[in-house]
Each structure stands twice: as structure tokens, then as C-alpha cells.
Design a protein around this ligand. Structure first.
Ligand SMILES: [Zn+2]
Length: 324
């Protein structure tokens, strides 16, 4: 077995046999592997390089391609380009690079990364993505989260999900304090929920042209809110259950200060909040700029549905007494 193939097998063993299996290590550039995402096994052409320090600059590290062998995408698989940091006495870390732009390269290339990327991953399980002009975006994470990265990346939301949200999920799953298969599974399930939110949010924001349905603010300060929340068993990630809101209106909606008429989409604000706002010109201005009717897409197939609002008000039974 080549050294690359040995690194690939080592990386997969660190991830865990419950979520990754080596179909054929080949020469390790690539090797054919399957990764379990949720209940489904997906096939990948995995390319692995060891992360080394660069002698010419302190705190700079890199991994390199296999000289003379271009990256190859085997039939019915997708490419992965991964660096492995694995030193005695330290928690191992995987660094994932965007493979697409490098598929044709046959000459030597280096993926450069700062030490802080894998140190943060060791501390928090998942690191703030590192981006520069040469490399594109790099992600660092503990091996148990390779399926999470695969899931976020293939759904196009690896950059949309907030680092702090993933880190909180990993912390909550207990994967920071102990590397166990159970903690890994909990962390992966939590990131799957974050992915669902990001995919749903992205869809809703696009449908609303990036503008808040209650005030028109854009500037990428909006997100997709569920009308019937994710915590409700009947909640679904469909356009009719979404509304695009700026952060302030999203929070006000979540706190049940705002009631929307299921049929006419008229906006009503809790009179107690209106009274409080009267004492503060800024708050009063915020309420004054709130539309009297939400601005939703014209297409009835993607507009918020009366059923979803009715289900919300039934689910939060006591919260909307003020709306009558
Ligand atoms: Zn708004």
C-alpha cells in the first residue's frame, strides 16, 4: 500500500467505521470511500494529504497533491480533497478544501493553511472557515464531523451556516470534551438540523428577493423564519411555511409581538409593545416602518399559507391572547 493509501485508511479509521467505509484505497489519490450522511451511504473519490509545517514560514502549514497524478473523480462519486493533521498526543483534525478548481492540476500544488485553523478545530470541534484568494475556502474539524462537512458542502450551505452555531452544537453534543461514537452521532444530528435550517432559510430569502416582508430591509440582514416552528411535529421546510424577515422583525415574530392575519396577511402588533415603544422614539420609528400588510411573493404556491398561520397560533395557544 502506498503512503497516501495508508493515510487515507488512517483518516477513515479516525472518522469511525460507523460512518465511513473504505471500498478500495487504491493508491490513495484518490481512494474510493463511502460516507454515511443520515441513513444514506454516499460515494466519494477521496484525496488525502498529510498536513506539514512549512519550513520557510512559522505558523504556516500545507498539504500537497500527489506529484504527477491528477485528482480523479471515479464513476458515480464526488471528489473530496482533505488534509490530515495527526500528531502523537494531539487530537487529530481534518482540513477540507474545495476540490473543484484543482481537478485538472497535474503539477505540484500546495493547500496553505494557518496553524490557527486546526488549533481552533481541536479546541471547538469545528473551526471558523479560512479563506484566501489562492486556496478558496478551507474548513477544519475533528474527524467525527467529516459526514457533517460532506452534508453541508454538497448542499451548498457550508458557508451559510454560522460557525458559532456549529460550535455550540458540537459542545452541546459533548464532542469537545470526549471523542466517542455517541457524541459524534449527537453532533452530526445537530449539524443536520442546522443544515436543514440553512437550506430552508436560503430558499425563503431567495423567494423574497432578500428583503424583509415586514419592512423591506435587505443588506443580507434577513433570514427565513418558520411560521410553524421546527419544534412542532407537523412543521415542514416548505415555502408556504416560511417568511423572510430582518433580524429585528424575526425576533419580534419569535416573541409573539407580531400577529399576521392568516388570510389577508395584515400585520398587527401587540398593543402592550406599541405602548412601550411610545416612550422611545427609536422603537416607535421601528414600529412605524413596519408594513401594515406583509409583502410576500405573488405566486400563491410559495406565499405563506393560511393553514401554516392557523397551525402556529394553535401551537402557541397562550401567546396570542392579545390578538383576540
Ligand atoms: Zn424588517
Amino acid at each position: 500500500m502506498t503512503a497516501r493509501a495508508e493515510d487515507l485508511v488512517l483518516l477513515c479509521s479516525l472518522v469511525g467505521s460507523d460512518v465511513v467505509r473504505v471500498i478500495d484505497p487504491m493508491r490513495g489519490w484518490p481512494g474510493l470511500v463511502e460516507v454515511r450522511v443520515g441513513e444514506e451511504w454516499q460515494c466519494f473519490s477521496m484525496h488525502v494529504g498529510r498536513i506539514h509545517s512549512m519550513s520557510r514560514r512559522e505558523h504556516e502549514y500545507r498539504f500537497q497533491n500527489a506529484l504527477g497524478h491528477e485528482m480523479t473523480v471515479l464513476p458515480d462519486s464526488r471528489p473530496l480533497l482533505l488534509g490530515l493533521w495527526c500528531e502523537p498526543g494531539e487530537r487529530p483534525v481534518i482540513v477540507a478544501a474545495q476540490p473543484e478548481s484543482r481537478l485538472a492540476a497535474t503539477t505540484r500544488f500546495s493547500v496553505l493553511l494557518p496553524e490557527s485553523l486546526f488549533r481552533e478545530a481541536q479546541r471547538c470541534g469545528w473551526a471558523t472557515p479560512y479563506a484566501n484568494r489562492v486556496n478558496g475556502v478551507l474548513w477544519g474539524f475533528v474527524p467525527e464531523l467529516l459526514p457533517s462537512f460532506v452534508e453541508l458542502y454538497t448542499d451548498g450551505v457550508a458557508e451559510a451556516v454560522a460557525t458559532s452555531s456549529v460550535q455550540l452544537a458540537v459542545l452541546g453534543a459533548g464532542l469537545v470534551s470526549q471523542a466517542s461514537p455517541e457524541a459524534g452521532e449527537r453532533a452530526r444530528q445537530a449539524t443536520t438540523r442546522l443544515k436543514r435550517d440553512a437550506v430552508f432559510g436560503g430558499m425563503i430569502v431567495r423567494l423574497y428577493g432578500g428583503q424583509c416582508a415586514m419592512c423591506g430591509l435587505n443588506l443580507n440582514l434577513v433570514s427565513g423564519a418558520h411560521i410553524l416552528p421546527v419544534s412542532a411535529p407537523a412543521s415542514r421546510d416548505i415555502p408556504e411555511n416560511g417568511i423572510c424577515l430582518c433580524d429585528n422583525h424575526h425576533r419580534a415574530f419569535d416573541r409573539h409581538h407580531i400577529w399576521i392575519n392568516p388570510g389577508s396577511h395584515e400585520v398587527r402588533i401587540n398593543p402592550a409593545v406599541v405602548e412601550l415603544a411610545a416612550a422611545n422614539p427609536r422603537s416607535a420609528a421601528f414600529l412605524a416602518q413596519t408594513y401594515s400588510v406583509i409583502r410576500a411573493p405573488a405566486d400563491p404556491m410559495v406565499r405563506p399559507s393560511a393553514e401554516m398561520f392557523a397551525a402556529r397560533y394553535a401551537y402557541f395557544d397562550d401567546e396570542y391572547e392579545w390578538a383576540g
